[in-house]
Design a protein around this ligand. Structure first.
Ligand code: FA5
Length: 337
């Protein structure tokens, strides 16, 4: 019986088969259990002999089964490990990674330039009071120049800021002892403009303000020239046109030659060959005075630019709406590796 069982254990090739052998020989209905069960019928002399023999056989078979089982399990594990082996030489699958929006990159590039020129970065609220958005900038209620910036009003005294210029007034107001100010402020602004290739009802501005003793128009020109050369290179032309803003005197607007049409005129520049990117000027004495600065001692310049227009010129983007529709095919072209 023992050798027959051991032979079956030996030839078993799976855990299932082995379990079958265990049930057949050591199970409740197996021959050994039967022998042990019949012990009562044996004589007192036979009982220990047969008992010992049966236990020994049972022990041997059980040990053989356990050994075989361990062997089969080890084999299976080996096989599994082999099948699941990772080929480390296979090339990896590319993982899609995001990147900064083109507008974010442009704003950061401009910030870096101005930080290098000694300007600090300030911020102000997008929901602004009528006072800071207009009055503190020499635009009293009912002033016709308010029509230059069509506004989204929330209440009579609150509106979505139409430009970042209120941050000029806020920064100067907050200055204790009326120290010199040298700051830029990037942020979102809102106007009731009709959307087209170069206009959006919500867009970005970067304000600049420099107030100190003896700040002159030539300082403004120098900074704007530095900025234009840095952003567009030596081959791009800039022009300053006389303009009007109630909060600066004198006022200018700066245009850059349009690369898209090589100065010949196209839909982007309204066929003029130039595109306006910023307004600027010498801070109006009334504005200095309202913020607590003595205009006989202090003078300053300020500018406000549209980074969307700057990005359009720099990268040849033909429609401002590309910045806001977030089509990944557009955005991915400007991701730096
Ligand atoms: C102003 O907003 C003044 N606050 C700028 C300023 C600041 C002047 C400090 C003097 C001193 P203006 O409305 O021209 O000015 O707008 C400034 C720039 O914002 C424009 O040159 C243009 O680049 C951009 N811009 C204006 N309207 C839009 C619009 N609807 N969509 C996109 N960009 C616009």
């Amino acid at each position: 019986l023992e050798s027959e069982a051991l032979a079956k254990v030996e030839t078993a090739s799976s855990l299932q088969e082995l379990q079958g052998v265990r049930v057949a020989y050591l199970g409740k209905k197996g021959p050994i259990t039967e022998v042990l069960r019949g012990m009562g019928k044996l004589s007192a002399e036979e009982r220990p002999v047969i008992g010992e023999l049966a236990n020994k056989v049972r022990g041997n078979i059980a040990a053989a089964i356990d050994e075989k089982k361990a062997g089969i399990e080890a084999e299976q594990l080996e096989k599994q490990l082999e099948e699941e082996q990772i080929d480390v030489t296979l090339p990896g699958r590319p993982v899609a990674v995001g990147g900064p929006h083109l507008l974010t990159s442009i704003v950061e590039e401009i910030e870096d330039l101005f930080i290098g020129l000694g300007f600090e970065i300030r911020e102000g609220p997008e929901v602004e009071t009528d006072y800071f958005n207009f009055e503190a900038l020499n635009l009293p209620k009912g002033h016709p120049a308010r029509d230059m910036q069509d506004s989204f009003y929330i209440t009579e005294d609150l509106l979505l800021r139409t430009h970042t210029s209120p941050v000029q007034a806020r920064t100067m107001n907050a200055m204790e002892n009326k120290q010199p100010v040298k700051m830029i402020c990037p942020g979102k602004v809102y106007r009731r403009d009709t959307d087209d290739a170069t206009h959006s009802h919500q867009f970005t501005q970067i304000e600049g303000l420099y107030v100190d003793k003896n700040v002159r128009m030539s300082d403004l020109k120098g900074v704007l020239d530095r900025f234009a050369k840095h952003m567009f290179g030596e081959d791009r032309e800039i022009r300053l046109r006389p303009s009007f803003f109630p909060f600066t005197e004198p006022s200018v607007e700066m245009d850059i030659s349009c690369k898209m049409c090589n100065g010949k005129g196209c839909s982007v520049c309204k066929r003029t060959g130039w595109i306006e990117i910023l307004g600027a000027g010498m801070v109006h004495p009334r504005v200095l005075e309202m913020a607590g600065y003595d205009p006989k001692v202090y003078s300053g310049f300020a500018f406000g630019m549209g980074p969307e227009r700057i990005a359009m010129l720099k990268y040849g983007v033909d429609d401002i709406r590309h910045f806001y529709t977030n089509d990944l095919r557009f955005l991915k072209q400007y991701h730096k590796a």
